[in-house]
Design a protein around this ligand. Structure first.
Ligand code: F6R
Length: 608
């Protein structure tokens, strides 16, 4: 979604803001702009399309001021054209906005026909409202305090005024905003990435809080204008972690980082000498696990598929009912939950609007919530009762990869932890599963060698009419995830199916132009999966199979065969995810698509 950067300080604001916007590119956007002080006025430069176009426009622009704001816009109200790009300027007020103002039409009507609009956005309306207030208050903060109660929706806004040239005011209800101070400087941004090169100490704004930056200091207020004392958080990511490090794309770098990411995900929860896990104690909710009769896992997209793998693992190992729900469905379906339910919300960004709405709904229902996030201190992390982390480091590619496999590793430990606490797993079995998990990073390293295979096969694979991904049991959600990756990156039709469902419909799709990706590791369901594979082959499907090392039969039946190292059934999903990510990456690349920023998609989905 949109990116926001604001800067006051001794450095050239143009460079700081452009650098910040660049680090937020991964969020997805279709236009960009800045407004920077020059001769006491905010000079605004905006451009449709990529940041490089804005950069070109700014090449010969000089600014003598020390304050400015910038924005990358992901269109919601109005087409992605220059007139709708931010900042929006109305009578000396310039602002950037992320999110949606829901009562926009109503407020626009109240302003009457004399208000001249130059864009089709809801954002410009807020600039009109603040410009109207400042005429009587002559005070930027006071004007925001008057406008705030009138706005409905999910938004984060950063506003400046030409009559207050050393001030910025940031406020939010929904999408994240953070403020950080460095030597003689203050930065405001929608994401830590933009601030990391300058400072690691940041303050997270909560909903309906307002940051008032004046010169090199800032204060935070509540919506009634009462000053608040806020906690300063130290970020433990480095600016370097968010760089490409020689890889052609962030996504490829992040795919290759997975062995390390999974090792980092496991590390805080495993005693490597004893082969035991203390993960339940680390959640801060250990006592709540006793007496629960149901776990409800809720998430969106890739995080949802990781949750589905978790459900198979927890049910099988711990013998407890686990339901999985897509957050956007759950929030509107009046769920019936027993008081012994524990909810597990999964979100890499920790900001996904639907998942956040579910969190608040569950809190109203008094259901304890354990969150599993990658971004520490994100809204979902902050508002949950218990906390686990993916520990994957910053994930910049829009398509989630290392956060997914890190989630699988953490959920596997949760399954082992619950199983042990319920007396369903012997110490020997706990040791067996933990050993298998600890071996996974090294096995994942070896699987990464299939990169070469897919980079060569991509030219053939890209010409298929469509892809069907199939798997059974714990491999089934991996089939769903594989299909999602191909859809979002290669823009090709792909579907994930439970292999046993094939004869109930999708078999009709199969012909020589349909690729069938079969996840067939040597586990308890292998024979069943094999017969599904033979059914597909008999109908002329082109079989790409992923099995366990040494399976010559599978090799003979397949047009393309990839062998995974021999692993515990529960660890296979960690290994299978890698070839499916690489398949999608290379096919998309061969088709000439922007792999890191697929069209129409955003990294952090902060609107419904
Ligand atoms: C796909 C992808 C998305 C996200 C989804 C939820 O590659 O990344 O499907 O998984 O938007 O995002 P989070 O995990 O941030 O809640």
């Amino acid at each position: 979604m949109c990116g926001i950067v604001g800067y006051y300080g001794p450095e050239n604001p143009k460079d700081v803001i452009l650098g910040g916007l660049k680090s937020l590119e991964y969020r997805g956007y279709d236009s960009a702009g800045v407004a920077i002080l020059n001769h006491g006025e905010f000079k605004r430069v905006r451009a449709e399309g990529k940041l490089s176009t804005l950069q070109k426009k700014l090449e010969h622009e000089a600014f003598d001021g020390h304050l400015g704001i910038g924005h990358t816009r992901w269109a919601t109200h109005g087409a992605p054209v220059e007139k709708n790009a931010h900042p929006h300027t109305v009578r000396g007020i310039s602002l950037v906005h992320n999110g949606i103002i829901e009562n926009y039409l109503e407020l626009k009507e109240e302003l009457g026909p004399q208000a001249q609009f130059t864009s089709d956005t809801d954002s410009e309306l807020v600039a009109h409202l603040i410009a109207g207030e400042i005429e009587s208050t002559h005070d930027l903060l006071a004007s925001v305090l008057r406008v705030l109660p009138r706005l409905q929706g999910a938004y984060s806004i950063l506003v400046v005024s030409k009559d207050h040239p050393d001030e910025m005011v940031a406020f939010k209800n929904g999408p994240p905003l953070i403020v950080g101070s460095a030597k003689g400087a203050v930065l405001v941004a929608s994401d830590v990435q933009a601030i990391l090169p300058y400072t690691k100490k940041v303050v997270y704004l909560n909903d309906l809080e307002i940051a008032h930056i004046k010169g090199e200091s800032f204060e935070i207020y509540d919506s009634r204008g009462q000053a608040l004392k806020k906690v300063v958080t130290t970020i433990d990511w480095t600016a370097e972690q968010a760089q490409k490090e020689g890889y052609e794309h962030f996504m490829l770098k992040e795919i290759f980082e997975q062995p390390r990411a999974v090792a980092r995900a496991l590390a805080p929860h495993v005693d490597v000498a004893k082969h035991t896990t203390n993960i339940l104690e680390n959640t801060g909710l250990a006592e709540r696990f006793h007496g629960i009769d149901r776990i409800a896992i809720i998430a969106c997209g890739t995080s949802f598929y990781a949750g589905q793998v978790g459900a198979y693992l927890i049910e099988k190992l711990a013998g407890i009912t686990v339901t999985t729900d897509i957050a956007s469905e759950f929030r509107y379906r009046d769920p019936v939950l027993s008081k012994n339910t524990l909810a597990v919300l999964i979100s890499q960004s920790g900001e996904t609007a639907d998942t956040l709405a579910v969190l608040r709904q569950l809190k109203r229902l008094d259901v304890p919530v354990l969150s599993l996030c990658n971004v520490k201190n994100s809204t979902i992390d902050r508002e949950s009762d218990g906390h686990l982390y993916m520990n994957a480091g910053p994930e910049v590619g829009v398509a989630s990869t290392k956060a997914f496999t890190s989630t699988l590793a953490v959920l596997h430990l949760v399954a082992v932890g619950i199983a042990r606490s319920r007396g369903r797993l012997s110490a020997l079995d706990e040791e067996r599963y933990i050993r298998a998990l600890l071996a996974a990073p090294a096995q994942m390293e070896t699987v990464l060698a299939c990169d070469k295979f897919f980079s060569e096969a991509a030219t053939t694979l890209k010409s298929y009419r469509g892809f069907l991904y199939m798997g059974r049991g714990v491999n089934y959600p991996i089939a769903l995830e594989g299909a999602l990756k191909l859809k979002e990156l290669a823009y090709m039709h792909a579907e994930g199916y439970a292999a046993g469902e094939m004869k109930h419909g999708p078999l009709a799709l199969i012909d020589a132009r349909m690729a069938v990706v079969m996840l067939a590791p040597s586990d308890g369901l292998y024979e069943k999966t094999l017969s599904n594979l033979e059914e597909a082959k008999a109908r002329g499907g082109v079989i790409i199979s992923i099995g366990t090392f040494g399976n010559e039969k599978l090799r003979d039946l397949s047009a393309h065969y990839l062998a995974l190292p021999r692993a515990e059934w529960s660890v296979n999903p960690l290994l299978e995810a890698i070839p499916l990510q690489l398949l999608a990456y290379h096919v998309a690349h061969a088709l000439g698509h922007d792999v890191d920023q697929p069209r129409n998609l955003a990294k952090s989905v902060t609107v419904e």
